[in-house]
Design a protein around this ligand. Structure first.
Ligand code: ASP
Length: 188
C-alpha cells in the first residue's frame, strides 16, 4: 500500500490535476477564474442582505466496514464570501470530521467557526464515550449547546459502530442519502 497520507494509485489520477492547478494558482502561474455573472449576482445579494453564511457546498460521508471500523470524511468549498486564507472546520480533525473505532464516525457542515470552538465532531464522540449517550442524543446535545445556544447553524451526520445512522441539523435543510443493500435512500 502507499505510505499513509498518500493517495492510492486508483485516485492519484484524479488528484494530480487538482493539485497542479492549486500549485499554479498559488504561484500566480494560472489566474483564478473570473467569477461568473451568476456568482457576482449571488455575492451582491449576500452583501445586501448582510448574510455572511450561505451557499454551503460541503459533502460529508460516514461509513463502516464489515469489521466494524468506522470512518468519516468531509470536503468543502468553505463558506460564501469567506476571507482569503480562511481555514474552516472541515479539515480540522475533531472539529468538522472525526471517527473513533468502536464508537462512531462524524462529519459536519455549517458555520465552521462554531464547530472549531466547540470541537463539535469530537464532542459527539466524547458524549458517547464518556457519558454513554446514544449517537442520537449526543448529536442533539452537541447541536443545542455548540450551535443553537451560540447562534450558529449547521448539520451533523453520524454512523455509530453499532450501525445507527443519525442526521441532525438546526440549519434550514440538509440533503442526505444512505445505502441500504442495493438501494440508495434519500432524505430531506
Ligand atoms: N463547515 C464549512 C466551513 O465552515 C462550510 C460548510 O459546511 O458549508 O468552511
Amino acid at each position: 500500500p502507499p505510505p499513509a497520507g498518500r493517495p492510492t494509485p486508483g485516485n492519484d489520477d484524479g488528484l494530480r490535476p487538482a493539485d497542479d492547478r492549486r500549485r499554479n494558482r498559488a504561484s500566480g502561474r494560472e489566474p483564478e477564474p473570473a467569477p461568473t455573472r451568476r456568482g457576482r449576482r449571488q455575492l451582491k445579494d449576500l452583501h445586501s442582505r448582510h448574510i455572511p453564511f450561505e451557499g454551503h457546498g460541503t459533502v460529508g460521508a460516514v461509513a463502516i466496514d464489515r469489521d466494524g471500523r468506522v470512518c468519516a470524511g468531509t470536503s468543502t468549498g468553505g463558506i460564501a464570501d469567506q476571507m482569503d486564507g480562511r481555514v474552516g472546520d472541515t479539515p480540522i480533525i475533531g472539529a468538522g470530521t472525526y471517527a473513533r473505532r468502536n464508537v462512531a464516525g462524524i462529519s459536519c457542515t455549517g458555520q465552521g467557526e462554531a464547530f472549531i470552538r466547540g470541537v463539535v465532531a469530537y464532542d459527539v464522540i466524547a458524549r458517547m464515550e464518556y457519558r454513554r449517550d446514544s449517537l442520537r442524543s449526543a448529536i442533539v446535545g452537541t447541536i443545542l449547546s455548540n450551535l443553537t445556544d451560540k447562534g450558529a447553524n449547521g448539520g451533523i451526520i453520524g454512523l455509530s459502530a453499532d450501525g445507527d445512522l443519525v442526521i441532525g441539523r438546526n440549519s434550514a435543510m440538509i440533503n442526505a442519502a444512505y445505502r441500504d443493500g442495493d438501494t440508495i435512500v434519500t432524505l430531506d
